[in-house]
Design a protein around this ligand. Structure first.
Ligand code: 13P
Length: 250
């Protein structure tokens, strides 16, 4: 049976003072009916993983380099993240695609590196507002999924997050029909690539302005297996109700 998943992305937020939130989250859900993943900045992965040890909370990272090691000043490899205690890594977030000009090819290379290191790759896809308004959403998602998903992807080592760029940090969310349409497309493309069984087991997350107030409505949408949460994952008191809303569907 597929376990649904709530993932938190702290982005470039968090210092030692915020580790109390990790500790609170690790204690708040002793026997959850869903998987819980929190991705703090790389500087906090070791300490967060120590705080989450012996709890159901898994710790992840927000990016990795495609190579395992080498002359890449400032970069962090997937084996290093695994060694630090990470179990997953977010890849191809729209903020990295935009700010660091990451291509689908690079995202696929990073996902291969994550697989080799035994990390779950959380691969992000999403259309811009201009693409949505030009009715290009489905073709953009299809092209980015085809090119970002590496061979060797399975339901166990890969998660796909649909994050419309215009919904991130804006308080705007797509309609239920819009989310269902994109998630249905992703599921059918995965079935073509991986086969029906593997596609059915692969978690599809929605991300973009998920809050305690809208989580239950989003989790009721077809083909939504959880959420990738930004701002509302920073405080355990905001993240926990989202986790409980997903548990109510599991
Ligand atoms: P917000 O939940 O803050 O909109 O961020 C979503 C996101 O980008 C998660 O990766």
């Amino acid at each position: 049976m597929k376990r649904k998943l709530v993932a938190g992305n702290w982005k470039m937020h968090g210092t030692n003072a915020d580790l109390a939130e990790v500790a609170a989250l690790a204690r708040a859900h002793p026997d959850p009916r869903v998987d819980i993943l929190l991705c703090p900045p790389a500087t906090l992965v070791v300490q967060a993983a120590a705080l989450a040890a012996d709890s159901p909370l898994a710790i992840g990272a927000q990016d990795c380099h495609p190579a395992a090691s080498g002359a890449h000043t400032g970069d962090i490899s997937a084996p290093m993240l695994a060694d630090a205690g990470a179990r997953a890594v977010i890849l191809g977030h729209s903020e990295r695609r935009e700010n660091h000009h990451e291509s689908n090819d690079l995202v696929a290379d990073k996902a291969r590196a994550a697989q080799r290191a035994g990390l779950i790759a959380v691969i992000c896809l999403g259309e811009t507002l201009a693409e949505r308004e030009a009715a290009q959403t489905l073709e953009v998602i299809a092209a980015d999924l085809r090119a970002s998903l590496p061979e060797g992807a399975t339901a166990a080592n890969t998660v796909i997050a649909y994050e419309p760029v215009w919904a991130i940090g804006t308080g705007l969310t797509p309609t239920a029909a819009q989310i269902a349409e994109v998630h249905g497309l992703i599921r059918s493309l995965l079935a073509e690539r991986l086969g029906e069984g593997e596609a059915a087991g692969l978690r599809l997350l929605y991300g973009g302005s998920v809050k305690p107030a809208n989580a239950a409505d989003i989790f009721a949408i077809a083909d939504v297996d959880g959420a990738l949460v930004g701002g509302a994952s920073l405080k355990a008191e905001d993240f926990s109700p989202i986790i409980k809303a997903l548990e109510a569907t599991a």
